[in-house]
Structure formats: structure tokens, C-alpha cells
Design a protein around this ligand. Structure first.
Ligand code: MLT
Length: 237
């Protein structure tokens, strides 16, 4: 059983994956938002690449909410942005989210291949994800969304912390490198504070999002993405 890592959303477009668990990570902030929203009562999330697709796919109903960001900022006419803190309220109970973000939703939509199960992870559900994977008998690909087709340290550190918890896999060199990164990182926030996307989100006033997204194991939750229905739902709580 092997574990390997893709470092950008683009890599998933170029390489087909078969017979594997695929773990998609976009710590800042798409997968952190998804986990938070479902933990607070959203029933399903439909991820899209473009703003237009979200507008076309979402039915005009009080149960559907339009969500996402461009350049980390709210999208005109959408109900919610991409701050996980926005999703911690009762008004989203039972809602269906139609979501587009720059990297995270694109990473999901780029996945192709046969007989895979696709999971959503971030620091927020790290232990639930690793406990599940440790009991699995399939190969695993950790797909870091990255930032605009570039390596992103926040996703890589989260991937490394996940890999560090998995002793029963044969690890690729990238997986081993990220494990070493995780072993040498005593404090998540300190390790990431000079990273590009972290600094960008800080510069637009999102310090509270950063603190929240970098606090591990706030939820015991497994989220699965079904590419046939293009929807994300919880399989445990
Ligand atoms: C993304 O998916 O690109 C990110 O969530 C961007 C952001 O931090 O809002």
C-alpha cells in the first residue's frame, strides 16, 4: 500500500488516479470552510470552478446558498464568502452550498480516474482523516490544492502531519519530505506565518481565519466528495 502527494491542483488534471483514496487539502481556506459548514448543519456542498457555473447550477430556493471567493474576497451577489467563521451560525442548517474558490474547488473538479474515494481534509479534521486512512487497504494520494498552480506551504505541512500519522504505507519521496517537514514544525502558526498565501490573507485582515484554520482537530468529521453527483457530504459526525 503506497502513499504519494500531488503538490498542486494542476497535477490532478495531468495525472489520472485509479483504485485509491484521494485526500484533498486546501487549508487556507476552501477545505477548512467545507468542514466547518458541514459541521454546522449544511447538508451538501456542490463545488464548481467558475462563478458562472455556480449561478447556473443553484436553484432559486431559500435552501441553496452561493458561496466562495476570488482573490480571497467575497463575490458580488453571493450569499457567503470564504471565511470559515461565517459558517458557524444556525442560519445555514439544512442548506445546500454552491461553492467556487480559486484553488480548492478546482482541485476537486480536476480529479479523474476510476474506482477512487475522495475525501476532504484540513487541520480541522486531521485525526479523523488519519484514523480512517490507517485502517484502509488502498493506495492513497494526498492532493494539495496549492495556490494558483504553485506549491503552498500550508497544504504541504497539513499533508505532512497526516502522513506522519500513517505508519502502514510505503511512502514516496515527496511523502517522506513532507513528513520530515511536519516533524520539524513544532508550531503550525509559526511555521506558516511567512508563507505567501498566509501573508496575503493577513494583509487583507483575515488573521482570525488564519488562527482558526491552523488549529487542528476541531471536528471529528469525515467528508466525502462524490464526483458522479459533484457533491460533498458527511459520512460521520
Ligand atoms: C482557494 O480555494 O483558493 C482558497 O480557499 C482561497 C482563499 O483563501 O480564499
Amino acid at each position: 500500500m503506497k502513499i504519494d502527494v500531488f503538490l498542486t491542483a494542476e497535477e490532478a488534471k495531468r495525472k489520472a488516479i485509479h483504485d485509491s483514496n484521494i485526500v484533498v487539502i486546501d487549508v487556507l481556506r476552501a477545505t477548512s470552510v467545507m468542514i466547518t459548514a458541514i459541521a454546522h448543519g449544511v447538508s451538501k456542498i456542490y463545488p464548481y470552478e467558475s462563478i458562472e457555473e455556480v449561478r447556473e447550477a443553484s436553484p432559486a430556493s431559500s435552501f441553496s446558498i452561493l458561496c466562495g471567493e476570488r482573490k480571497g474576497l467575497d463575490i458580488d451577489g453571493f450569499d457567503y464568502g470564504n471565511s470559515p467563521l461565517e459558517y458557524q451560525n444556525d442560519t445555514i442548517q439544512g442548506a445546500e452550498m454552491f461553492m467556487t474558490t480559486t484553488n480548492g474547488t478546482r482541485a476537486l473538479r480536476n480529479i479523474h480516474g476510476k474506482n477512487n474515494r475522495i475525501w476532504i481534509a484540513s487541520f480541522l479534521n486531521l485525526s479523523s482523516m488519519s484514523t480512517f486512512l490507517a485502517a484502509e487497504k488502498k493506495d492513497c494520494i494526498v492532493l494539495c490544492a496549492g495556490t494558483e498552480n504553485q506549491f503552498s506551504l500550508d497544504d504541504a505541512l497539513c499533508a505532512g502531519m497526516l502522513i506522519q500519522k500513517l505508519q502502514n504505507y510505503e511512502k514516496s519521496d515527496i511523502a517522506l519530505a513532507l513528513e520530515i517537514l511536519a516533524k520539524n514544525s513544532e508550531n503550525i502558526d509559526e511555521s506558516l506565518h511567512t508563507a505567501k498565501h498566509y501573508r496575503y490573507l493577513k494583509s487583507i485582515g483575515l488573521e482570525k481565519d488564519l488562527e482558526y484554520c491552523c488549529t487542528p482537530d476541531q471536528y471529528s468529521l469525515l467528508l466525502e466528495y462524490d464526483p458522479n453527483t459533484n457533491s460533498i457530504h458527511s459520512i460521520s459526525s
